[in-house]
Ligand binder design. Structure first.
Ligand SMILES: [Zn+2]
Length: 187
């Protein structure tokens, strides 16, 4: 029973909150927790509410590509939410600095995700195909060749005498040593 209860709570907490920056009779404007941009939704005509329910983010494709928890978000106001009959063009400027902070954090999260995805694909290719030339590893794992070089070096593997070889076994670990061979083993 208790475990189920905990699961439910976790599920609920995955609904991200979107800060409502401004609301008028027609629109509610939020900072999107997924893409870090302003999105406009319908307000339903009431500009006094504390919460505006959940909405489907407008950045579906872009954000879903990076966020496995991509979902509807919940629109929450704060004391700084601008409430008017009609939002003025300058209103969003007041929130621009906050929006940019969220956007920067999102971009950093996406960058790390892309990096992790690249690393995963490279590892998959070298595990399946063994010690190939750099351009082939790059091609098969769909990354730029420079990422192969960085990945190798991060794992203590360097290119020498026409092939990759493990120089720092402690960084590479036994599996990569098996695939690439160690520098000290070379004849
Ligand atoms: Zn968005």
């Amino acid at each position: 029973m208790k475990e189920n209860f905990n699961e439910c709570t976790e599920e609920d907490s995955r609904i991200l909150k979107a800060q409502v920056v401004a609301v008028d009779k027609q629109h509610v404007v939020i900072i999107c927790p997924f893409c870090g941009r302003f999105h406009w939704h319908g307000s339903g005509g009431d500009i006094t509410k504390a919460k505006y329910g959940t909405r489907v983010p407008h950045c579906t494709e872009e954000a879903a590509r990076y966020d496995s928890h991509f979902n509807d978000y919940e629109l929450i106001t704060s004391e700084n939410t601008i409430r008017r009959e009609k939002i003025l063009p300058g209103d969003l400027n007041e929130w621009k600095a906050s929006q940019l902070i969220v956007r920067k954090a999102v971009e950093e999260r996406w960058r790390l995700k892309e990096e992790a995805d690249r690393d995963e694909r490279i590892l998959e290719v070298v595990t399946l195909r063994g010690n190939l030339a750099r351009h082939l590893i790059a091609l098969l794992s769909n990354v730029a060749p420079i990422h192969v070089t960085r990945w190798m070096n991060r794992h203590g593997i360097y290119y020498e005498d026409g092939r990759y070889r493990v120089v720092f076994a402690s960084k590479a670990g036994p599996e990569l040593c098996e695939i690439f061979g160690k520098y000290e083993d070379k004849k």
